[in-house]
Write a protein that binds this ligand. Structure first.
Ligand SMILES: O=C(CO)[C@H](O)[C@H](O)COP(=O)(O)O
Length: 230
């Protein structure tokens, strides 16, 4: 590769995963998200595993990866607060509001993010949007409410589809299901999150407005990391 070749998406994920290490507080416990970008962060974190006490993880998949690399994983109930939570996003807007849950881990991600003083979001440029709604919005739901919630999204102009895995409804780490909703334009993320969270049967809506990013590290194709603070 020459210096002028644009970086691949995988290389960009590694770039921001590495850059996120600067936010890890030595001696502390790190909140760790889920997804292919966070996997790069976890791999980088292994290089400083002797400088941290461990991690609180947002998914079974991240827990397994952390443990395989020799990083201790604490239950969220063992920890009162975290200095930092590091995670990817499916979309992020100019205010740091995000859509998350492409990896079906949104509920635990929101719980671990709520413990943290600072949310550091790591993405590549393709995730930046002016208004949330381009990426199908993940919503974790209790199975018996699927049709009711689908009708409520239809009333807002959205089309909700049950997420499948190997031809069967995907089951989350919490034993629930995921609806992916297209056709929404989320102009007021805080109000939208508060509203949908109150619908009976909704476990978690994938809009992260109340737990928005404090910092976003954006990898650019030229190999730069841009830092946005909110
Ligand atoms: O919310 C998430 C998982 O539930 C991820 O952060 C989001 O889907 C981004 O993943 P990736 O880094 O693989 O693009």
């Amino acid at each position: 590769m020459t210096n002028s070749s644009p970086l691949t998406q995988d290389e960009l994920k590694a770039l921001v995963g590495q850059a996120a290490l600067q936010y890890v507080v030595p001696g502390g416990i790190v909140g760790v998200g889920t997804g292919s970008t966070v996997n790069k962060f976890i791999d980088a974190l292994a290089g400083m595993k002797n400088e941290i006490s461990g991690a609180v993880s947002s998914s079974v998949a991240s827990t397994e990866r952390l443990k395989a690399l020799g990083i201790a994983v604490f239950d969220a109930n063992e920890v009162e607060s975290l200095a930092v939570y590091i995670d990817g996003a499916d979309e992020i807007d100019r205010q740091g509001y995000m859509v998350k849950g492409g990896g079906a881990a949104l509920t635990r991600e929101k719980i671990v993010a709520a413990l943290a003083s600072r949310f550091v979001c790591i993405v590549d440029e393709s995730k930046l949007v002016p208004t949330l709604g381009r990426f199908p919005l993940p919503v974790e739901v209790i199975p018996m409410a699927v049709q009711h919630i689908t009708r409520r999204f239809a009333a807002l102009g959205g089309v909700a589809r049950l997420r499948l895995k190997d031809g069967q409804p995907l089951v989350t780490d919490n034993g629930q299901q995921i609806l992916d909703v297209t056709g929404l334009s989320i102009k007021d993320p805080s109000a939208f999150e508060s509203d949908v969270n109150q619908w009976p049967g909704v476990v978690t809506v994938g809009v992260f407005a109340h737990q928005k990013a404090s910092v976003c590290l954006v990898g650019t194709a030229q190999g730069m990391v841009k830092t946005f603070t909110y």
